[in-house]
Design a protein around this ligand. Structure first.
Ligand SMILES: Cc1cc2nc3c(=O)[nH]c(=O)nc-3n(C[C@H](O)[C@H](O)[C@H](O)COP(=O)(O)O)c2cc1C
Length: 210
């Protein structure tokens, strides 16, 4: 079996982390870079990630995640929150960053600007929020794979109350809404699920080859 696939078998949504084993800051930086390099629609990255290291903040958030122990036992809690302000101003900033990064005049990005203006900026708030959330999930997928590569455990989580998280982290004032979490740490030897076989659709069920 290819080494990468072996690592994807090794990873699982960790329920019980070892609170004594901490993921290093250096490894955390690598994982954050994997998030940062994730693909997104037009490259707009319409989300931010709140990286929570402070045990007190994690403890405060835990009840809003139905008391799931991963929140406090893991080394880091990442909150993925989409931007609610993807508007003309956001687009201007994005085009400016493109122009500066690639050392080209702003006008070189007129085509891109028009495409985004005629698509994303015409979405209703509801559609825009679904679209923005999807981009955040791509980053979560990347994070899980990158962590598996480093033999670091993760648990992606939707089991939390976004409104309560937004309130506790004061996200509204930053034009953000939380959509999913990921905890990062090392599995506990006691986690019964750590050796469980993967339950997945068969190739026939999942893939249509034409
Ligand atoms: C978007 C998403 C939300 C999830 N929410 C939770 C959660 O709140 N708590 C939890 O323990 N696991 C959660 N999971 C983990 C899934 O149950 C798990 O990924 C799935 O059963 C497949 O198993 P595996 O990841 O261990 O291979 C979530 C997974 C995803 C992708």
């Amino acid at each position: 079996m290819h080494n990468y696939i072996e690592k994807l078998h090794w990873r699982y949504a960790t329920k019980q982390f070892d609170p004594e084993r901490k993921v290093s800051e250096e490894d955390l930086e690598t994982l954050l870079e994997a998030i940062r390099l994730s693909a997104s629609s037009y490259g707009l990255q319409p989300y931010e990630v709140i990286v929570i290291k402070d045990p007190e903040v994690k403890a405060k958030l835990k009840p809003a995640a139905f008391g799931q122990p991963q929140i406090t036992d893991s080394s880091y809690l990442l909150v993925f929150a989409y931007n609610t302000n993807v508007d003309e101003k956001y687009l201007d900033e994005f085009i400016k960053t493109n122009s500066e990064t690639r050392n080209q005049p702003l006008e070189a990005f007129d085509g891109l600007r028009d495409m985004i203006k005629n698509s994303v900026l015409t979405f209703s708030d509801e559609v825009k929020e679904v679209w923005a959330s999807r981009q955040a999930y791509i980053a979560i997928g990347n994070l899980l794979s990158a962590a598996a590569e480093l033999k670091i455990d993760t648990c992606p989580m939707e089991g939390f109350n976004p409104d309560e998280f937004d309130e506790l982290l004061d996200l509204k004032s930053k034009h953000l809404k939380s959509v999913a979490l990921t905890t990062i740490g090392y599995r506990s030897d006691k986690d019964q699920l750590k050796d469980a076989k993967k339950v997945r659709k068969s190739n026939e069920e999942l893939f249509t080859i034409i």
